[in-house]
Design a protein around this ligand. Structure first.
Ligand code: 4AD
Ligand code: MG
Length: 455
């Protein structure tokens, strides 16, 4: 008999064929001499019904155990499924004690509950769906860039720069050197090195030779926050586009990426997504459709602050021109704009890192920077045009004492430099947004955040 995946079996019409499946028992029910099993192998949300001799197998087959089953495919008498497997032989590969097993048969455990078991939660239906969606989302994003002529660049995880200048760096040294550098023992790389907070500067290097590039990899921030949208390790999709003077070129790619990737995931993982939209975030499909079918809105930072000031909301932080928008402000703004994703453009110049392009406007000095805000979450993407004018860049770096560090960055503006810009999208926040998941820890296989690095 041939080994097959359950997703293939479920859509097959080859009744009478002998097959072998491997998977985990999702449910067991006996009816007189007959045992009905549901077996899942991770290839799809659905389980395959297996019919077996109760006397032979009743005792050894428990919820959660791993099995190998050979049998014959037969037409199922049930309306809801096409096929079932009449078992000839069942082998228990790994048994599972249902008393100790944290998941209980037929129970829908909450995301909070299953989060306590990072080593076991992939076995639940909900997290199984998440992992298939996450995998497909990753492919959809890569396909989007490929289809649009972007070249993927593998930017380094280890770097000597703090791109965002926010000081949220994890410094790295070989184990045993935690005491820090001494005179006779310099840094491993001779200079302080960090886990990357963004691949942007490396992508900017590439815009010296390619019109469109992107990177997609893990990013690290030593954020102390215990919020539902921050992790210490998260995945970021970053794109950089050369030969552009317009923020609109950047926001167009953001919107296209969001819509194209989402449509692709919805069509390729419909059952898995449906589970989220049914049990985890009821009604979320309507909210998502609303985002997909409307053109994203645009508001300037200055207008946004005005809206906030006139909102009569009791914000914990009072909105003020020149201050960063807080999550509560971002969520309110999206709501105010009809729960359609919203681009906030032209942030105060002083709020943005050294690379942001100076708009040279008065009296309110802004930079050509943009954030994409989405319902329920707030910031999903951050981007900007980059300062390509050597003199302006030089003087800003001088003012911040970074000129020596970024000598190479200044040089980029001297050898065939082109105006360019780009953005980064948090992959986990994207998953939260399309699935309606409240806590970012529930959309990544192994979450890392302050005081938590299990496994
Ligand atoms: O807004 P950020 O900090 O932008 C940058 O890093 C730019 N250098 C990107 C670029 O232009 N190439 O981060 C981009 C996005 C945020 O909008 C957010 O979605 C996500 O990354 N993000 C986080 N996601 C989870 N946990 C964290 N601690 C995050 N910090 C940022
Ligand atoms: Mg940001």
């Amino acid at each position: 008999s041939s080994k097959v995946r359950i997703c293939q079996v479920l859509s097959s019409q080859e009744f009478g064929k002998n097959v072998q499946i491997q998977g985990w028992v999702r449910s067991v029910r006996s009816q007189k001499e007959i045992l009905f099993l549901h077996v899942n192998d991770g290839s799809t949300l659905q389980s395959l019904q297996v019919v077996a001799n109760a006397e032979l197998y009743k005792r050894c087959l428990t919820f959660g155990s791993a099995v190998k089953i050979s049998g014959t495919l037969e037409k199922s008498p049930h309306k809801k499924q096409l096929v079932e497997l009449q078992a000839d032989s069942i082998q228990v590969i790994g048994d599972c004690n249902p008393v100790d097993y944290p998941f209980k048969i037929k129970e829908r455990h909450s995301l909070e509950y299953i989060r306590q078991f990072p080593h076991l939660r992939c076995r639940t239906k909900t997290f199984g769906s998440l992992l298939r969606i996450r995998s497909e989302a990753s492919t959809a994003i890569q396909s989007f860039f490929k289809d649009n002529g972007f070249v993927q660049i593998h930017t380094p995880v280890i770097t000597s720069n703090d791109c965002e200048g926010a000081g949220e760096l994890f410094q790295i040294e070989p184990a045993g050197r935690e005491q820090g550098p001494s005179e006779d023992e310099p840094h491993f790389f001779s200079v302080p090195a960090f886990l990357t907070v963004s691949g942007q500067l490396h992508l900017e290097v590439m815009t010296g030779a390619f019109p469109c590039v992107y990177t997609f990899g893990p990013t690290f921030r030593a954020e102390n926050s215990q919020s539902r949208r921050h992790l210490a390790e998260f995945y970021m999709v970053e794109a950089e586009i050369a030969f552009t003077h317009s923020l609109e070129d950047i926001t167009t790619v953001m919107e296209d990426l969001f819509k194209t990737a989402t449509e692709c995931i919805l069509s390729r993982c419909s059952e898995d997504v449906e589970l989220y939209h049914k049990y985890v975030a009821p009604g979320h499909m309507d909210r998502l459709n609303h985002m997909l079918k409307n053109k994203f809105k645009v508001i300037s930072y200055t207008e946004a602050v005005d809206v906030l000031k006139h909102s009569q909301q009791n914000f914990a932080f009072r909105p003020e021109w020149g201050c960063d928008l807080q999550t509560e402000h971002e969520k309110y703004l999206v709501q105010h704009c009809g729960n359609i994703p919203l681009f906030v453009i032209n942030y105060p110049y002083n709020l943005k890192p050294f690379y942001a392009r100076n708009n040279e406007d008065k009296p309110q000095h802004t930079a050509a920077a943009v954030d994409l805000l989405v319902p329920g979450i707030g910031e999903l993407c951050g981007g900007s045009l980059r300062e390509e004018r050597l003199e302006l860049l030089k003087s800003r770096l001088e003012k911040t004492g970074l000129k020596d560090t970024y000598q190479w960055y200044l040089e980029l503006r001297q050898f065939g430099s082109v105006p360019h810009g780009g953005f980064g999208m948090g992959f986990e926040r994207y998953l939260q947004c399309i699935l309606g998941v409240d806590n970012i820890k529930d959309v990544i296989p192994f979450p890392r955040f302050s005081h938590s690095c299990v496994l």
